[in-house]
Design a protein around this ligand. Structure first.
Ligand SMILES: Cc1ncc(COP(=O)(O)O)c(C=O)c1O
Length: 353
């Protein structure tokens, strides 16, 4: 079996999680309510300190439902240029909500309140009105970066100055909470709606939730139906998510430690530069002359799978199915691949010169 560091979405449900799913009490969620789904929604709402939560088949759908709730047609949504909502949700904001994205280029790794303030347009009848700010925490594209709670507060204040709400894409909010030691509810308090995903660090096979006010969740119910995401005996998958919430949050600290082990092994290997990981994502920027496809192929031949994030950047993600020993071994394999490739690049450049 290869060591699969391509994403934390690749985990398989554990036997205990499968048993919980098999034993789930279920009903027709759309018609009468599904009891296990209801328990999950109540648990998530309580953890995030929100009035209500709604179970969704995917994080993308929950993010897009949030945008549908907050952003009227013809308005614009401000968010980090590298946000998942910008890069990996097709053009759903335009298609489903009829709103456009105004991407904010961060001065650091992730969007700050100052970056956001600079991006707001002056009010004018010619300009689209800003309707929503989205933050991604942790930030996938920036290498699993946590936005500091004081920065989140400042972003909330900047949005409030414009009279608009904040949505948090918290697909990996669990990781942010473990990395900072802050309760989920304290981080979630800095947004009006929050999406959390169960199919990443928590190891569940399917699902995400959106949390917010009871009124917002009523509108989200309509969005979920409109987008084709209303479900029937969803308790089967909700049970997997609930199991992840009950058993797999605290252990994320192990994934973070494994990411640090990978980072230590890889930083400087063959000239590579590693973005120091806050959580479970390690971004590796390759030395000039190396390509992500070449290194990923060499690692694959040695039983280690990594993502080609760009032509010159690899992404490695630690998760439930990667042990400490796996992380060490994968790090050594990748280090060898990077050093070997660097030696070849140097030899070729000597010949060329
Ligand atoms: C930051 C972020 N937001 C949203 C999503 C979408 O979640 P899903 O794959 O459940 O649709 C992902 C998926 O990887 C993600 O990384």
């Amino acid at each position: 079996m290869p060591i699969d560091l391509r994403s934390d979405t690749v985990t398989k449900p554990t036997p205990a999680m499968r048993a919980a799913m098999a034993a789930a009490d279920v009903g027709d969620d759309e018609r009468d309510g599904d009891p296990t789904t209801r328990r999950l929604e109540e648990r998530v709402a309580a953890l995030l300190g929100k009035e209500a939560a709604l179970f969704f088949p995917s994080g993308v759908m929950a993010n897009q439902a949030a945008i549908w709730i907050h952003a009227p047609r013809g308005t614009e949504v401000l968010l980090d240029v590298d946000a998942h909502i910008v890069h990996s949700e097709i053009a759903a904001t335009a298609v489903l909500s009829g709103a456009q994205v105004l991407t904010v280029v961060p001065s650091g790794l992730v969007m700050s309140a100052d970056d956001l303030r600079r991006a707001f347009r002056p009010r004018s009848r010619y300009y689209p009105a800003a309707s929503l700010v989205c933050v991604e925490n942790t930030h996938n594209g920036a290498g699993g970066k946590v936005t500091d709670i004081n920065e989140l507060r400042a972003i909330r204040a900047a949005a409030a100055e414009q009279g608009i709400p904040v949505h948090m894409d918290g697909a990996r909010l669990w990781n942010a909470s473990i990395a900072t030691g802050l309760p989920l509810s304290e981080i979630a308090d800095e947004a009006d709606t929050v999406m959390v995903a169960f199919s990443k660090g928590l190891g569940a096979p399917v699902g995400a939730a959106l949390a917010g006010s009871r009124k917002a969740m009523e509108i989200a119910w309509t969005a979920r139906k409109l987008f084709g995401g209303a479900m029937r005996q969803s308790g089967i998958i909700a049970a997997g998510a609930l199991y992840g919430v009950e058993h797999h949050i605290e252990r994320l600290a192990e994934d973070h430690e494994n990411a640090r082990v990978l980072a230590r092994l890889l930083d400087g290997a063959g000239g590579a530069a590693v973005v120091p990981p806050d959580t479970n994502i390690v971004m590796v920027d390759l030395a000039p002359g190396q390509t992500a496809s070449e290194i990923a192929a060499a690692a694959r031949d040695e039983g280690v799978l990594v993502s080609e994030w760009s032509a010159t950047r690899l992404r490695l993600v630690t998760h439930l199915d990667v042990s400490a020993e796996d992380a060490r071994h994968a790090g050594q394999v990748l280090r060898d691949c990077l050093e070997q490739s660097h030696r070849v690049t140097q030899r070729l450049s000597r010949i060329a010169n």
